[in-house]
Design a protein around this ligand. Structure first.
Ligand code: 3PY
Length: 253
C-alpha cells in the first residue's frame, strides 16, 4: 500500500513566533484529532527547522522536511545548506525542484539529479517536483514535458533509489494563482507519471511510489482530488500556513 502524504510547503513565510504558533496549533489539532495512516510533513524555511523539530517531537505521524538542499557536500558555498545538515537537524524529507526554484534560481534537470543524490545519500526522502507551465498545457504537450523532466533528472537512479522517492506533480499554472487542476486532470497526469516510472522501473516499483498533487489545494477541493486512484496526497502551499485548513486537508482522504 502506498503512503498517503500531506506536506506543507511554507515557502518564504513565517517570522519566528508565527512559525512557532503555526506549528503548535497543528500539533495540538493532530493530538486532539489523530489522523491515521497519513504522514503529515512540515517544510518550513531552514531557520525554523530546529524549532519546529522540537515542537513536533513525540507526536505521531508528523515529520520535518526542508524546501531545498545543496548539490554539494560541504565547503565554501556561502548561503547553501547541505543535505547532511538537514539530517542532523532531524529533517526526514526535502522538497527538490519546486517550480519556483526551477524558474527563479535556474535549477536545471541535471542540477536536480545532484540534489536528489545528496538527499538520498543522507537518508532524506526527496519530494521531487515536476509540472508544466500554462503554455505547455495549452499546447497539449504537458505529458511529454513532465515525463522529460523525470527522465532527465531521475532515470539514472537505481531501482532501490527510485523506490525511496516521493513525486509531486505541480502544474505551474495552478501555483499561487487560485486555479486548481480538476481532479480528472490531476488523475490523468498522475497516471501518466506512474506509467512513465513503470516503463523504466517496472510496475511494482511504480505502484509503490507516492505521487502528490500540488497547486492551490484547499480543504474544499482536497477530498475530490485525493479520491483519485493515482493521487496519494498533496504538497500544499498557501493553505499550509493556516493550521485549520492544513489539518482539514490532511483529513481529506
Ligand atoms: C502551491 O500549492 O502553491 C505550491 O507551490 C505547493 O508547493
Amino acid at each position: 500500500m502506498r503512503k498517503k502524504i500531506v506536506a506543507g510547503n511554507w515557502k518564504m513565510n513565517c517570522l519566528l513566533e508565527e512559525g512557532q504558533k503555526l506549528t503548535s496549533e497543528i500539533v495540538n489539532m493532530i493530538k486532539d484529532e489523530p489522523i491515521k495512516d497519513v504522514q503529515v510533513i512540515l517544510n518550513p524555511p531552514f531557520v525554523h527547522l530546529h524549532g519546529v523539530k522540537k515542537l513536533i517531537a513525540g507526536v505521531d505521524n508528523i515529520y520535518l522536511g526542508a524546501q531545498n538542499c545543496s548539490d554539494q557536500n560541504s565547503g565554501a558555498y556561502t548561503g547553501e545548506t547541505s543535505a547532511a545538515m538537514l539530517t542532523s537537524f532531524g529533517a526526514e524529507f526535502v522538497i527538490i525542484g519546486h517550480s519556483e526554484r526551477r524558474a527563479m534560481f535556474n535549477e536545471s534537470n541535471e542540477l536536480l539529479t545532484e540534489k536528489t543524490k545528496q538527499a538520498l545519500s543522507n537518508n532524506l526522502t526527496p519530494i521531487f517536483c515536476c509540472g508544466e507551465p500554462l503554455e505547455i498545457r495549452e499546447a497539449g504537450t504537458h505529458e511529454a514535458y513532465v515525463t522529460k523532466q523525470l527522465t532527465e533528472s531521475l532515470f539514472g537512479f537505481s531501482e532501490e533509489e527510485v523506490k525511496k522517492l516521493v513525486i509531486a506533480y505541480e502544474p505551474i499554472w495552478a501555483i499561487g494563482t487560485g486555479k486548481t487542476a480538476s481532479s480528472d486532470q490531476a488523475q490523468e497526469m498522475h497516471s501518466a507519471i506512474r506509467q512513465h516510472l513503470s516503463s523504466k522501473y517496472g510496475k511494482t516499483v511504480a505502484e509503490g511510489i507516492s505521487i502528490l498533487y500540488g497547486g492551490s489545494c484547499k480543504p474544499d477541493n482536497a477530498k475530490e482530488i485525493f479520491s483519485k486512484a493515482d493521487v496519494d496526497g498533496g504538497l500544499i502551499g498557501g493553505a499550509s500556513l493556516k493550521s485549520r485548513d492544513f489539518v482539514d486537508i490532511a483529513k481529506s482522504f
